[in-house]
Design a protein around this ligand. Structure first.
Ligand code: PLP
Length: 495
């Protein structure tokens, strides 16, 4: 069965999977959604014998129907290799009352690696399939994390270049070190004299600059974006939920057909939407538990049916969830509207003009598989401490938000079904917050020394991705003013 991709805001647009991956965003700012969620018609007995890569093929081939078997298998092979520090790619660890699905064994020790390691390969394959001869140029502005994960994914991938702009004085020392030590001749990392918003605006301007796009085409390049709304990022995230269930099944933790709950620390709503897709494919899932930090727009939305971004933006210890507009939620809203692109477009228009929208009672009923709640900063810290003291397991603050919300859910409902918590970052990525929770008296000011101490306490070795940057050579020293960004791009690409 051929799966096509339609636009959530324009019923007249319909493209193939490879075109959706290549385009990223649909017309009028809409998102691409599959015309149907395919069924995972492989018995669990068979899936439970498969490797991560084999399951990835089973899931992705059902969504990306215009890719050949060889194309997809090549992408998967190139993505899920020794860049990951476990041959299983994702790891399942039992601690306390839940199973942690560790999604942080890739190049930047956070879950974005799961999708960003395959996106470049999907993109160049998609380009070839659509007779796009140009090399792909990824332009990104970053406030820290996404930039590094994208760099790691695209580095050394033939047919692509990646240019990352970051605010020179606006990222943490470790984040900066991670980026400026990036290897790969196709990578460029530039610090700008300005803040993140200016970097972001500069990048957006280049994307929409007709003259610059023309110049690029003349030199054999085209811009593309590695944004989290790309279906080339969304679908690879479905894989690990299927993988987790298959592992539980194999280990006798669930019996045939037994439903599990999934808890996801949520920001842009991509990861939890992937879990929803897994459920729609037929994976036995009962509740999808959406965990927020103090920026609890989603919790309020699930409770009231009103999505309202008009509120103060709170900086928390789980920065990747400090988000007021969860872009991927639009895909769910579109479904709740009965796939009516006009209704959806009207709600999104309201969001952009007034900062809020309200869904109908009928639409709200469609949200019953979700449970939303949030954790305060104090609760998050307490969750890290308690988990460490009772089970010896160390969680990063994002995962701790999820664990805390799971406890709230259990206390409220008494539901003791097998539950998987998506564990989205290594504690070593947020050493300071983690150490503040488990050893509050420690006054060490050097982050690397703190990491050494965390290794002693947790018995988990410092991942190579963190240890390596201590001594790595700085390869990117370029800085520029905001208005010099286009010339910086030109001179990297063809001067
Ligand atoms: C991006 C990110 C999240 C949020 O995931 P979404 O798909 O945006 O909801 C959670 N934790 C970490 C560590 C992340 O990097």
């Amino acid at each position: 069965m051929e799966i096509m991709y339609k636009n959530t805001r324009d019923a007249s647009e319909m493209v193939t999977a490879s075109q959706a991956i290549l385009n990223g965003l649909a017309n009028n700012g809409g998102l691409y959604v599959p015309t149907e969620i395919p069924k995972l018609d492989v018995p669990m007995e068979a899936l439970s014998e498969m490797s991560y890569q084999e399951i990835a093929y089973e899931v992705m081939s059902r969504f990306y129907t215009d890719f050949t078997e060889e194309e997809l298998k090549t992408c998967i092979e190139r993505a899920y290799d020794e860049k990951f520090d476990t041959p299983n790619i994702a790891a399942l660890k039992v601690a306390g009352r839940a199973c942690f699905l560790e999604l942080f064994h890739g190049a930047t020790v956070a879950f974005k690696d799961m999708a960003l390691s395959i996106l470049p390969h999907l993109m160049i394959t998609a380009a070839r399939k659509n007779q796009a001869k140009e090399d792909i140029v990824i332009l990104t502005a970053t406030s820290g994390d996404t930039g590094k994960a994208a760099l790691a994914g695209f580095a050394g991938v033939e047919g692509t270049k990646i240019i990352v702009f970051y605010p020179k004085d606006g990222v943490s020392p470790i984040q900066k070190k991670q980026m400026v030590t990036q290897v790969g001749d196709n990578t460029l990392v530039v610090g700008i004299d300005g803040n993140f918003d200016e970097a972001q605006t500069g990048v957006k301007k280049m994307f929409s600059d007709a003259v610059m796009n023309q110049e690029l085409a003349e030199h054999g390049f085209r811009f593309s974006s590695a944004n989290s709304i790309n279906v080339g990022r969304l679908i690879p995230q479905v894989v690990y939920y299927v993988y987790a269930y298959a592992k539980l099944f194999r280990n006798g933790k669930v019996s045939p057909g037994e439903k599990i709950n999934i808890v996801v620390p949520t920001g842009n709503f991509g990861n939890i939407l992937a879990a929803f897709y897994a459920k729609e494919m037929g994976l036995p899932v009962a509740k999808l538990i959406c965990a927020s930090n103090e920026n609890k727009v989603l919790y309020d939305f699930f409770t009231t049916g009103v999505y309202d971004r008009n509120r103060p933006f709170i900086l928390t210890s789980s920065p990747s969830m400090d988000i007021l507009i969860s872009s991927n939620l639009e895909r769910l809203i579109y479904r709740l509207c009965g796939e009516d692109s006009e209704k959806n477009a009207a709600l999104m228009e309201e969001l952009s003009t007034t900062g809020k929208y309200t869904i109908t009672e009928e639409m709200k009923e469609g949200l019953s598989v979700f449970y939303g709640n949030y954790a305060s900063e104090e609760e998050t810290k307490e969750a890290i401490r308690k988990m460490y003291e009772t089970n010896g397991y160390v969680m990063d603050p994002h995962t701790a938000v999820a664990a805390c919300v799971y406890e709230k859910y259990r206390n409220e409902t008494g539901d003791d079904a097998v539950t998987v918590i998506a564990s989205t970052a290594s504690p070593y990525k947020f050493t300071r917050s983690v150490m503040d929770a488990i050893e509050p008296d420690n006054t060490e000011s050097d982050d690397f020394k703190l990491a050494d101490r965390l290794a002693e306490l947790s018995g988990v070795a410092i991942p190579q991705a963190i240890a390596g940057i201590r001594t790595a050579e700085v390869r990117h020293t370029k800085t520029c003013a905001v208005d010099e960004m286009p010339d910086t791009v030109r001179s990297f690409l063809w001067n």
